[in-house]
Write a protein that binds this ligand. Structure first.
Ligand code: EPZ
Length: 432
């Protein structure tokens, strides 16, 4: 196991290139199994979730060719349906997209229930299953597996589906299954995140007929098959926002390169309220924080609202803002476990259910902390870079699930961060 060692207290300066969007990639890789041909996917992020999902496809007979560090070819022409084992599915929440993709292509899926980030609280998939049932699948959950199969033969049929809750995962999973269903599907009350539009665009570039992604209603006319093609994944809105939050916390000036400015609007608006300067230059943002940080309030909402995946990173900056800030987490029942770690660094945070009240302090002090999920881990790097002194961050495997070359990118901004192995005896002790 590894840990990150961070020497904090210095501002950040430099440029950072943003990689392909993790939450698009982890849906597009499962979607590739629906394609009877070769998918050439560009701007693929080098993250462990993507690597894991591609290895699952290979175990099912897909042929994968790595052309360069961010381009892969996935050929699922000869892929065979197979049960997705627990030890694969549990390591990546996005493994649930394999259900929709397998149902779409083969009319059957047998996938272990997903794992992924544990914020505390449950992460149900009832809306996914509601959609599959409406599309004509019989769905059974038993023994930790989801067994779904088309009732009529080996193909699903079109349906009208109204989601009870705005859900990114359910929106994408139902879209996958419906893309190859026989007939017309309308999904209402859908999520509108940029990565949902990206998955729809990927499917359409392979011959699907999907309209309305990014709006409240998605309309899908099922097709017989999907052909191969080339697609480039959009830049990662949350990765970009993470580096923007880092310079807000640490001070300095950075250029965030290769982004889609429109996707950053909700994050930029909040940073401007906090006294951060953001200037759009083509597909880049110049982000500068010279003066004091100012408190603000944040309420996480579905896109185009403020993203829940940016909540921990912004909390790290707000720990250093003058005044009292309030964060309301409205997407997940609780997503504040990381605040206990910030308190070890001297942060003044009170959590009550889905509310966090942050009293800004003059500075944080380096400490040993542990990441409990992907975005909390990124937030701990931010807090450690802003803190005076040395921090050690454990649980870095969560961070590397979704952040490509995170050490190199922060070093490129002048961050003093290194990796070291945790001695076995120390690891055994920390395992309690
Ligand atoms: C996706 O998770 C992302 N993960 C999450 O990003 C992100 O936080 C979340 O969307 C919200 O934007 C991936 O894309 C792999 P939801 P997902 O379904 O699909 C409830 C990261 O850091 N719900 O939009 O699981 C659910 O409990 C990760 O990159 C149901 O009740 O999120 C939550 O309260 C963390 N029933 C709310 O809806 C369902 O069937 C939104 O969840 C599905 C969801």
């Amino acid at each position: 196991m590894k840990k990150y060692i961070v020497e904090g207290g210095n501002p950040l300066f430099g440029e950072v290139q943003i990689s392909g969007a993790k939450n698009a990639a982890v849906a597009i890789i499962p979607a590739a199994l629906m394609v009877d041909g070769v998918c050439r996917i560009e701007n693929m992020p080098q993250i462990s979730d993507a690597t894991l999902l591609m290895s699952i496809l290979q175990d099912m007979g897909a042929h994968i060719r790595v052309l360069n560090k961010s381009t892969v070819e996935i050929d699922c022409s000869s892929l065979h349906n197979a049960r997705i084992p627990y030890d694969s599915a549990r390591r990546c929440r996005a493994s649930y997209y394999l259900i929709g993709a397998l149902l779409g292509r083969f009319g059957a899926a047998d996938v272990a229930l997903p794992g992924g980030c544990d914020f505390g609280g449950t992460r149900p998939i009832d809306q996914h299953l509601k959609g599959f049932h409406a599309l004509g699948a019989q769905v059974e959950v038993q023994g930790g597996f989801i067994d779904a199969r088309a009732v009529d033969g080996d193909r699903l049929h079109g349906a009208n589906i109204f989601l009870d809750k705005v859900s990114v995962g359910a929106t994408i999973n139902i879209m996958l299954a419906a893309a190859l269903a026989d007939g017309y599907t309308v999904i209402e009350n859908v999520a509108k995140e940029p990565h949902i539009v990206d998955v729809a665009n990927f499917l359409n570039s392979m011959g699907a007929n999907i309209k309305g992604a990014g709006t409240d209603i998605i309309k899908i006319r099922g097709v017989e098959r999907l052909h191969g093609g080339t697609y480039s994944i959009i830049p990662d809105q949350i990765e970009a926002g993470t580096y923007m939050a880092a310079v807000a916390a640490c001070g300095g000036q950075i250029k965030v390169c290769n982004i889609i400015p429109k996707h950053m609007d909700c994050i930029t608006a909040k940073l401007l309220e906090m006294g951060v300067e953001v200037e759009e230059i083509d597909d880049n943002l110049l982000v500068r924080r010279i003066g004091p940080l100012v408190k603000t309030n944040i309420k996480t909402m579905p896109y185009p609202g403020f993203p829940t995946d940016m909540q921990p990173q912004m909390a790290a900056a707000l720990c250093l803002a003058h005044g009292t800030s309030i964060i309301t987490e409205s997407i997940f029942s609780s997503r504040f476990r990381y605040t206990e770690e910030f308190k070890r660094m001297g942060a003044q945070i009170q959590v009550d259910g889905n509310l966090a009240v942050i009293e800004g302090v003059d500075h944080l002090t380096g400490a040993q902390v542990e990441a409990c999920d992907l975005r909390a881990g990124a937030a701990m790097i931010i807090a450690a870079l802003a803190a005076y002194g040395t921090s050690e961050i454990r649980g870095v495997q969560y961070i590397e699930r979704g952040y490509e070359n995170v050490i190199e990118k922060f070093r490129g901004l002048g961050g003093n961060i290194s990796v070291s192995e945790i001695p076995d005896e120390e690891e055994a002790l920390s395992a309690g």
